[in-house]
Design a protein around this ligand. Structure first.
Ligand code: CP3
Length: 343
């Protein structure tokens, strides 16, 4: 039997001398070849819904750097669109959506059954990737976590403090809970189809989990993740899941076990010695190089890469950034990081 892929071995709990590596937002504007394909596609959403071009940009960082995993090129805001929200991107500013501020806005959304009609090109992208990826490269599918997706659906845009979503949660709990439940159910069906189309691992991005505290963190970050993972585990017991409750702080402790994830992605604020001692016994840990170092480069990029490799080297580890690589990153710094990591 062929040796198992490096990333899958880490997710199965194996400690490796050199960890598998990939980068959040590895297909993106810091790469000239991405900018060229994006120009060919027109706007960002057209690129997401064009299977040939979306597969092409997914493959670009694999060709250039030989990462151990490819992540589907898509966006967490495609599911809201498939549920009937209006979604568009303003260049230089970010996403815009129709807002959900009350029960009647919620009632205007469609049901979960209808999502696949909109999302079928995404499944097509995965099928292309499955046949085109090098045999050692793992294919990762993904979705946003319900809370993070809800913050955009409620506010109609990105917000620094997720204020509108907190306001709906605190003033109209019934509508808020219905929205969380709808996104949860939609995410289960969306990820199930991604797995059927070829995703070997799925990642759940809860980028704004850090703004939920105490009972709210339990109810709206932990419980929805657990529900999604339990449903997927029941249908696809061999597909590992990476959870990313970004900036959860002390609430990272016990999270992987509580939700049933095989891997916990950590942000740049998580202390490495703490992660090794408290998180790694429960699951594989993914992270957590500061994306700023991909802009700055230099000796610090090398020393931090080695420090992370060493600190998490006694347990299962996937090397990654603590958040997405930014458009101002220097592509040459990725080579510097890979050399420091792989030798
Ligand atoms: O990681 C990858 O390479 C795969 C593709 C991917 C994208 N977005 C492509 C993208 C993934 C996994 C995402 C996830 C995503 N999208 C998240 C969660 C992760 C995180 O970063 O916290 C969130 C919150 C979004 C929503 C979103 N999409 C925002 C807020 C923005 C605008 C900000 C920005 O970086 O421009 C996007 C746009 C987006 N998604 C781009 C890419 C490559 C840039 C679009 C462009 O080409 O102009």
């Amino acid at each position: 039997m062929a040796e198992q892929k490096k990333l899958l071995r880490a997710l199965a709990g194996e400690t490796q001398d050199v960890p598998p590596v990939w980068m959040m937002r590895q297909a993106g504007r810091y790469l000239p070849e991405y900018r060229a394909t994006r120009a060919e596609a027109g706007d960002f959403l057209s690129l997401c819904y064009n299977p040939e071009l979306a597969a092409e940009v997914t493959l670009q960082p694999i060709r250039r750097y030989g990462f151990d995993a490819a992540i589907l090129f898509a966006d967490i805001l495609l599911l809201p669109q498939a549920l009937g929200a209006k979604v568009w991107f303003v260049t230089g500013e970010g996403p815009r959506l129709s807002t959900i501020t009350n029960q009647s806005d919620f009632n205007a959304l469609g049901g979960v059954e209808a999502i696949h009609e909109t999302l079928s090109p995404i499944y097509e992208t995965l099928k292309i990737l499955k046949s085109e990826l090098p045999k050692e490269t793992t294919l990762i599918g993904f979705a946003g976590a319900p809370w993070t997706v809800a913050t955009y659906m409620i506010a109609g845009r990105g917000t620094p403090d997720q204020g509108p979503a907190h306001a709906l949660k605190d003033t109209d709990r019934a509508t808020f809970q219905q929205l969380i439940d709808l996104i949860t159910d939609g995410t289960i069906e969306y990820l199930a189809k991604q797995i059927e189309a070829g995703a070997e691992v799925v990642k759940i991005f809860d980028s704004w989990a850090g703004s939920l505290k105490g009972q709210d963190f339990h109810d709206f970050a932990l419980l929805p993740a657990k529900k999604i993972i339990q449903a997927l585990n029941a249908r696809y017991p061999n597909v590992p899941i990476i959870a990313f409750p970004r900036e959860a702080g002390p609430a990272y402790e016990g999270f992987a076990k509580a939700v049933g994830a095989q891997c916990l992605a950590i942000d740049t604020k998580v202390d490495l010695e703490w992660a090794a001692k408290v998180l790694q016994p429960d699951s594989c840990v993914q992270g957590n190089l500061d994306p700023k170092l991909m802009v700055e480069g230099g000796d610090k990029l090398i020393s931090e890469t080695k420090r992370i490799k060493e600190a998490l080297g006694n347990g299962p580890h996937i090397f990654n950034l603590g958040h997405g690589i930014t458009p101002d990153a220097d592509p040459a710094n990725v080579d510097v990081m890979l050399k420091a990591l792989r030798g």
